[in-house]
Design a protein around this ligand. Structure first.
Ligand code: ADP
Ligand code: 5SP
Length: 466
């Protein structure tokens, strides 16, 4: 039995899985929490990763042949000439670079940026965070020797000293200074955002290339972004659209052709297999549910029960859940709103259901945007922490304009990283064939009216944002 480890270094935690390379069978796992906040010392991710890996392999006697890390996208990790972080990393959900984003996009024009980089950057993108650093902390910016993404940093710190940092085209495509078309960095665009500074960038690796080795000799694969990792685990192909409900909400598909959407709704990322990953991301997903559960004095199971007792449409309540600002639509300074409140409908049941509906409506809008750029949706695969919720599954089956399936509960990002590790180990032209099982959810009705009410509420509060 050959064993590999897949790591998911995501927003709220690190998850590690020990997996049999030939079959994809999971034989060990662990989850370690991350510090809260949108600014985090990247050393905390290394410590969480070390702990998760140690715990996941505690009951396994065989050696680990390969490891790969899939991480939260976009985060800005700045490293000085001694290899130490210059300052805490700014995460994908930190919106402080909103003003710099506007200036950068106005200067370079949305259509040109979409053409060059596949995406029109929003404050999540690394390039805008570098612009913020240059503007607000120039002395720190001057000390930056290298810029990395979270997964690059974790993979690098797992590798033996002297290893050159590396990344893959999937995660690189979320920086805003990478060309999905040519597969190369765009250092001039980076330097323009970063006050003329030219920090070193990681080597770009192919999908099954080896990045290095740990001091124990374990092969370290390229790693990738977390959404690319999930797509790899699900073996997503034509007609599959993945909706992931973690801290972020994402909706994405694997395509043969890259996208370049000048409206900025669809980000034109690369995937982890040499193809493309058009994606729409919202800032507000699973935490909308935890916050609403806390408001109602219950837990997630209690929220589920309440939401399932309410009718579709939540008695007229509409929850626009921009609790942390929003990314798609690009409203970084927005806040959330509960509309349609009347004496007769303000019940815990309706509030619970409106939170689920509001969270999912943003992603149903995302699916419509993916279709606009040519993505075919024959089924929706629902994954991520909040996909475990029965209320989420029930509401989703009426909101997405395609049949919804829920893959059996698993850590799909970590599993995708493990599949990449097994692929790099095998040296084969294709990743190993691992089975994916999914259950179809009974379709429900009433979704069209829910989406119409949501669209009307967003338009009324924020103006026309489509
Ligand atoms: N049964 C559930 N119902 C709703 N939310 C859930 C459930 N189980 C987990 N979650 C939520 O999922 C989130 C974690 O999901 P995950 O995909 O691991 O996120 P991330 O990758 O962003 O760290 C947490 O906010 C957690 O509260
Ligand atoms: O920014 C994006 C996608 O572009 C997010 O999806 C991050 O990659 C964080 O993911 P989670 O930690 O929420 O899974």
């Amino acid at each position: 039995m050959t064993l590999v480890i897949g790591v998911d270094s995501s927003t709220q935690s690190t998850k590690a899985l020990v997996v049999e390379a030939e079959t994809g069978r999971v034989v060990g796992g662990s989850r370690q929490p991350h510090p809260d906040g949108t600014e985090v010392d990247p050393r905390a991710w290394r410590i969480a990763c070390e702990r998760a890996v140690a715990e996941a392999r505690a009951d396994v006697s065989e050696p680990i042949a390969a490891i790969a890390v899939a991480g939260q996208q976009h985060g800005m990790v700045t490293v000085d000439a001694d290899g130490e972080p210059v300052r805490p990393a700014l995460l994908w959900n930190d919106t402080r670079s909103a003003a710099e984003t506007e200036q950068f996009v106005a200067k370079h024009r949305p259509d040109r940026l979409a053409e060059l980089t596949g995406s029109v950057p929003v404050p999540s993108f690394t390039v805008t965070k570098l612009a913020w650093l240059s503007e607000h902390e120039p002395a720190a910016a001057d000390r930056v020797d290298r810029v990395m993404l979270p997964h690059d940093w974790v993979s690098w710190t797992l590798s033996e000293p002297g290893t050159e940092p590396a990344t893959d085209r999937g995660d690189a495509s979320g920086t805003g200074y990478f060309s999905p078309r040519t597969g190369e960095w765009l250092p001039d665009l980076l330097a323009d955002a970063f006050g003329g500074r030219t920090p070193r960038l990681p080597r770009l690796l192919g999908p099954a290339e080896v990045g290095g080795r740990t001091t124990e000799g374990t092969l370290v694969a390229a790693g990738t972004g977390d959404n690319m990792g999930a797509a790899l685990a699900l073996n997503a192909g034509p007609g599959d659209v993945v909706v992931s409900l973690g801290t972020s909400g994402t909706v994405f598909a694997v395509t043969e052709e890259g996208s370049a959407d000048p409206t900025g709704f669809v980000a034109g990322f690369c995937d982890a297999t040499g193809r493309y990953l058009p994606l729409v991301c919202t800032l507000n997903a699973a935490r909308v549910l935890t916050t609403t559960a806390a408001l109602l004095g219950t837990d997630l199971a209690g929220l589920d029960e309440l939401a399932l007792r309410a009718e579709p449409g939540s008695g007229g309540l509409v929850f626009v859940p921009y609790l942390d600002g929003e990314r798609t639509p690009n409203l970084p300074d927005a806040s959330g709103t509960l509309t349609g409140i009347r004496r007769g409908n303000l019940t815990p049941e309706n509030v619970a259901r409106s939170a689920v509906e509001g969270m999912l409506c943003g992603l149903a809008d995302g699916l419509a945007e993916l279709r606009r750029v040519g993505v075919q949706a024959r089924r929706v695969l629902l994954i991520g922490g909040a996909a475990r919720s029965a209320a989420v599954q029930a509401v989703a089956s009426g909101l997405f304009d395609a049949p919804v399936e829920v893959p059996e509960p698993a850590e799909y990002v970590a599993l995708g990283a493990a599949r990449q590790a097994a692929w790099a180990l095998s040296g084969a032209s294709e990743p190993p064939a691992w089975p994916v099982r999914a259950d179809a959810i009974e379709p429900s009705s009433g979704g069209e009216a829910v989406r119409a009410a949501y669209t009307a509420a967003v338009a009324q509060i924020h103006g026309h944002v489509g």
